[in-house]
Design a protein around this ligand. Structure first.
Ligand code: HEC
Ligand code: HEC
Length: 651
């Protein structure tokens, strides 16, 4: 099949029409706009409990995964744990309140929420076998130990341990707490006693070149076994014109006596398993580890058996398992595996009878997503965009999420393949108002992005990126309503539709703020930003459209609204001393919207914190500089840095 003369020209009218009806001040929110988003699932005595991130709900399910009860929880729940006495804990990203519930017959009873001081939200929560509660403050980069029973007598946070950026998952075993900090590419392993008291001052670190997306951990008589899914532990290589060395891997480690021993490293992309997030260690003892790795990006899972290690070890025994894509979390009970699938907006059950997909029942008056948007999500998060890729040598089977975790970033600074130029990954959330694209600003619109990314994704597979999708080749597509052949232009429109709807969630700085106003420091920061930063980081609703500029008087109400829609970027190039320049004219001024989801900063990744960005800023009468310190330039005062930082943290 050959493309029409200019596929991009065919896509542009659709983009223009969509933009005309798009409310840039109140864009649809990915908090609720991406479906129910079942996010995690746990076994309870009478069935299962699960959280719906997109519906701010906890649900009780029977053994067939039909909903028996639903209760509201704080906004954007992302963590679920069941304590020793059956108490259910729910952590939410957009709220400092930890929800507590109990199952009573066929209903869920709220036991009262506990406010965790000093946090804006919690990403995950877990309970150790002895009943110690641990939670993750992703924004603050902290692992927290909580004492919930003592909440009326003092602070529920009894200890905190720094774990860096992108901490999304925590598991506590009898003798360890393990945290996955995706953007640090690190698993932190803290040895503790049964009461959760750390036995060593520093946690052990298992660090890779790129992110791990999920893990499981299990105690054995010879140490802690950890199995993780992540990207190939190798830098990206673009020298052959495609994305090289970004296959998905499963890694197995044993930690004992403060030593980390690697038991296995398996290229699971070779077996059709792409972006594994939900991993379960099925058995683990001194000699043998057996695990199940499911996939977010493909319809295949894999079981891996590891016997011995190092020179004594045999090659892992591998068997594939037919599943569906989109699996984010799983829980096992006897011969049944139950999975949470935000891509299909369904619960998935695997038993001796096969695999069953149970869609989450829609609530009354819920917005219905378009089929195109769901297909676009599938293109983004699965290998459907480049189905013919292989894993031979440097070639890789991957998805957009291999580098854009949950649509944001991977914490890596990639070699671009051009000279010595590197680039940190940029978030793909809120793109509709943030054109032109890439720090070199070479893609003027989403039509260009959508068409070009099919070529980029499939480069190296020597197949035509202008292909159609046949549902008979991907049976799981029926679960998102695709039952007929989809033509190449339609696929590109679907990807665009999804990217347009992939809008930012509310900023956790303002989501639970009452009243929605600035404090004095933030107000000072806003004024400083207007005077020193806004000439480039423009207060626009669409970065390349001056007519969308928002006057200073409206900043406070917009920044404290749920959408917080101001982009804080502009279309032109600037040379700010961040070298080497990605383009001969510098770099496009990036958006600062939801800056806390980006790490590290600058195209060259040279700033690891906002403090570093602010300390490096230099001003001459003619220029503002991010990366050099010319003679006779001035810097920000301590007070200015403080107020600017508090403003930037809101955005
Ligand atoms: C190998 C890692 C990798 C993969 C895989 C990847 N990207 Fe990216 N992406 C990057 C990096 C690095 C950047 C930042 C480059 C720069 O400086 O502009 C980026 C930037 C972008 C941008 C520009 C965003 C902006 O605000 O300017 C878009 C759009 C984009 N990627 C789309 C995609 C899509 C769609 C896919 C899946 C087909 C994908 N990417 C897969 C690494 C990757
Ligand atoms: C002359 C235009 C200009 C001015 C003025 C300016 N910036 Fe920037 N800013 C840029 C450019 C261009 C980049 C990207 C540089 C790079 O990474 O190559 C950038 C990057 C940043 C980043 C990193 C963003 C990311 O995604 O990595 C932050 C944070 C930032 N600026 C904050 C500020 C603040 C705060 C001020 C005011 C004190 C300011 N900037 C003033 C042009 C400017």
């Amino acid at each position: 099949m050959s493309p029409p003369p200019d596929p991009i020209a065919d896509l542009r009218p659709f983009e223009e029409e969509t933009r005309r009806s798009f409310d840039f001040e109140r864009p649809p929110s990915a908090e609720t706009g991406m479906g129910a988003d079942p996010w995690s699932i746990r076994r309870v005595a009478s069935g299962w409990v699960g959280i719906l991130r997109g519906r701010a709900a906890l649900v009780l399910l029977d053994d067939e995964l039909h909903e028996l009860a639903r209760v509201s929880v704080p906004r954007s729940p992302t963590g679920l744990a069941v304590g020793k006495n059956g108490e259910i804990l729910v952590a939410s990203e957009l709220s400092p309140m930890l929800g507590r519930f109990a199952v009573r017959g066929h209903s869920l009873e709220p036991l009262g929420d506990v406010r965790i001081p000093g946090v804006l939200g919690l990403r995950d929560v877990t309970v150790s076998p002895a009943g110690v509660v641990w939670a993750l403050d992703e924004r603050g980069g902290q692992l927290l130990q909580l004492a919930l029973g003592a909440s009326d007598r003092g602070s529920p946070a009894v200890a905190s341990h720094p774990v860096g950026h992108g901490a999304v998952q925590v598991i506590a075993t009898a003798r360890h707490v393990v945290v996955n900090a995706t953007l640090e590419h690190t698993l932190f392993v803290l040895e503790t006693d049964a009461l959760g008291v750390p036995l060593a001052r520093e946690p052990l670190r298992i660090t890779h070149d790129g992110p791990m997306w999920g893990f499981d951990a299990r105690e054995t008589s010879t140490g802690l076994v950890i199995a993780a899914g992540g990207v190939e532990d190798h830098p990206l290589d673009r020298t052959s014109g495609f994305f090289g060395y970004i296959d998905s891997f499963a890694f197995v480690y044993r930690v004992h006596d403060a030593i980390v021993e690697k038991l296995a490293s398996v290229n699971v992309s070779e077996h059709g398993v792409v972006t594994p997030k939900a991993i379960a260690i099925e058995t683990a003892d001194a000699e043998h580890v057996e695990l199940l790795a499911t996939a977010y990006g493909s319809a295949t899972g894999v079981t891996i058996g590891v016997r011995g290690a190092g020179p004594r070890g045999r090659a892992p025994a591998i068997a594939t398992v037919a599943l569906v894509p989109g699996i984010r979390a799983l829980e096992r009970s006897a011969s049944t595996t139950v999975m949470a699938d935000p891509l299909l907006d369904a619960w998935v059950l695997r038993s001796e009878h096969g695999v069953r997909v149970v869609p989450v029942a829609p609530g009354p008056a819920e917005p219905v997503r378009s089929a195109a948007s769901r297909l676009g999500e599938a293109l983004f998060f699965t290998s459907l965009m480049a189905p013919k890729n292989t894993s031979t040598g440097a070639l890789s089977r991957f998805t957009c999420e291999t580098c854009h975790f949950e649509g944001y970033v991977d914490g890596r600074t990639h070699h671009t393949g051009r000279e010595e130029i590197h680039a940190t990954t940029k978030p793909l959330v809120g793109l509709v108002g943030n054109r032109p694209y890439f720090s070199r600003a070479l893609d003027p619109d989403l039509s260009t992005v959508s068409h070009a990314e099919f070529r980029v994704a499939g480069a190296g597979s020597s197949t035509d990126p202008f292909f159609a999708v046949e549902p008979r080749d991907h049976a799981w597509l029926e679960h998102i309503g695709v039952r007929e052949r989809v033509e190449p232009l339609e696929l590109r429109r679907a990807l665009m539709r999804f990217l347009i709807e992939l809008s930012h969630r509310p900023s956790s700085s303002v989501a639970s703020r009452v009243p929605r106003t600035f404090d004095d420091t933030e107000r000072e920061g806003a004024a400083l930003f207007r005077d020193k930063c806004e000439s480039c980081h423009a207060a626009r609703l669409s970065a390349d459209d001056v007519s969308t500029q928002v006057p200073f008087e409206r900043w406070e109400s917009l920044v404290t609204s749920d959408a917080a829609p101001i982009v804080w970027g502009s279309a032109g190039y600037e040379k700010t001393g961040v070298v080497p320049y990605v383009h001969e004219e510098g770099a496009r001024t990036p958006s600062l919207r939801r800056l806390y989801k980006k790490y590290p900063y600058f195209t060259n990744g040279s700033a690891k914190s906002l403090d570093e960005v602010l300390s490096r800023l230099r001003f001459t009468p003619a220029r503002t500089l991010h990366g050099t310190t010319p003679a006779n330039s001035t810097a920000l005062s301590v007070a200015e840095k403080r107020s600017l930082k508090s403003f930037l943290e809101l955005l």
